[in-house]
Design a protein around this ligand. Structure first.
Ligand code: GLA
Length: 395
């Protein structure tokens, strides 16, 4: 039942072969960037909160080379037609839609004064799309890393993440926070990326206990509501902060939310309760994890899910079903905690569990979920992995 993660070396070989067969070019630059899963701290990266994601061992790989022209020629493993565009003018959003992640990142380099030479590139991915695992941030960070190789330059990691976030804002029109691009750019083997979104400082927190496994369960549903729903949630939090009269959510207490409950009105008061509660839960979760206190961690993950479902209203029936199955398995069956992960409205859940029971848990999650929904989920385990990097052949 547990799906295996394709090995990065195999993805790299496939990307090289793909470039050769589609564009008849031999790659001399290969970039890889991972997706992410978030353990806790949801929908608060744009509220100056704390979030605790890690880079998963699922990657977007881009293999390519300079082609001596002023055109980008891009092929993908999805078998789309080859996409061509000139990289001479300052780029603006265009079609096909997926190419905007590439165009937006190229534009970020142009804005920093770089002249972009024409290039051929082949893109493939083992990050499931639309699954709340940041396949778009992985594509942006892989592209930024590829351009670093092409231009023989290196951006500071933070600057690279911010450049990619701007591409998402301006070219994909998603007003996302910083979590996904930070996790993909800063990720490290055996480390969580605990981000203080107020200061913008990531802290790499050890996560190497072999007795712990993180299961990712992709519900295989993606409700279209997500597009407008995300921006609307972000607006609710901005409006809420203004009404409370503080300049940052970090200065807002639960007492402030309660005192302003009627002024805020529904649903902004519930959105505010989520933000303030989730910031505290994430700080507690980081401490609980550091002292291996799973009795504390499980309820924090559960409360996070309930708050996202009831107060922030970004869960959906399928995510709730998957989380409920994990809850029913419980501590006795090896489950430490479970919750939805990522933007919501579909996508995936994250289940922290005992490694020796992970295969059984994955089996139960898959069979019970299929029984309840008629949908076969995709379930895999993931460990914190290396962030965006240039792949050196033979290493
Ligand atoms: C999406 C966004 C992130 C974050 C999460 C929710 O993944 O891109 O910035 O807001 O949703 O935690």
């Amino acid at each position: 039942m547990l799906q295996l993660n394709p090995h990065l070396n195999d993805l790299v070989s496939d990307a090289h072969a793909g470039l050769m067969s589609t564009l008849q070019a031999k790659a001399n630059i290969t970039a890889a960037a991972p997706g992410r899963v978030n353990l806790i701290g949801e929908h608060i990266d744009y509220c100056d909160g704390f979030v605790m994601p890690f880079a998963i061992d699922r990657y977007v790989v881009i293999a390519g080379r300079a082609n001596g022209t002023s055109e980008a020629r891009i092929a993908t493993a999805l078998g789309n037609e080859i996409t061509n565009f000139s990289v001479k003018p300052l780029l603006t959003p265009a079609t096909p839609e997926w190419s905007n992640y590439i165009r937006g990142v190229v534009r970020g380099f142009q804005d920093r004064g770089h002249h972009i030479p024409g290039f051929d590139a082949y893109i493939l991915s083992s990050v499931p799309g639309g699954a709340g695992l940041s396949s778009s941030a992985a594509l942006e960070c892989a592209m930024a890393t590829f351009l670093e190789g092409l231009l023989d330059t290196t951006l500071q990691t933070r600057e690279k993440a911010l450049l990619c976030q701007k591409a998402e804002h301006d070219f994909a029109h998603v007003p996302c926070g910083i979590m996904d691009q930070y996790a993909s750019a800063f990720g490290k083997t055996n480390r969580l990326v605990l981000i203080d979104c107020h200061s913008g400082d990531p802290e790499l927190v050890p996560f190497e206990n072999p007795d712990l496994t993180v299961l990712i369960s992709n519900t295989m549903v993606h409700h279209q509501l997500s597009d407008g729903g995300y921006a609307l949630r972000r607006k609710h939090t901005e409006d809420g902060l203004k009404l409370i009269g503080k300049s940052s959510w970090r200065e807002v207490s639960m007492e402030d939310v309660e005192a302003n409950w009627d002024t805020l009105g529904d649903p902004i008061n519930r959105r505010a309760r989520h933000v303030v509660g989730e910031i505290t839960r994430t700080q507690h979760a980081a401490k609980a994890l550091a002292r291996n206190d799973f009795e504390a961690l499980g309820p924090l993950m559960a409360a996070s899910h309930d708050s996202l479902r009831d107060d922030f209203e970004v869960s959906c029936k399928e995510l709730d079903i998957m989380v409920d199955i994990a809850r029913r398995i419980g501590r006795i069956g090896g489950v430490i905690g479970a919750r939805m992960t990522g933007g919501g409205f579909g996508g995936s859940t994250v289940t922290l569990c005992q490694s020796n029971k992970a295969a059984d848990i994955a089996h139960t999650l898959a069979t019970e979920y299929a029984k309840a929904t008629g949908i076969q989920p995709q379930i895999f385990a993931s460990r914190p992995s290396k962030g965006a990097h240039l792949v050196i052949p033979g290493h």
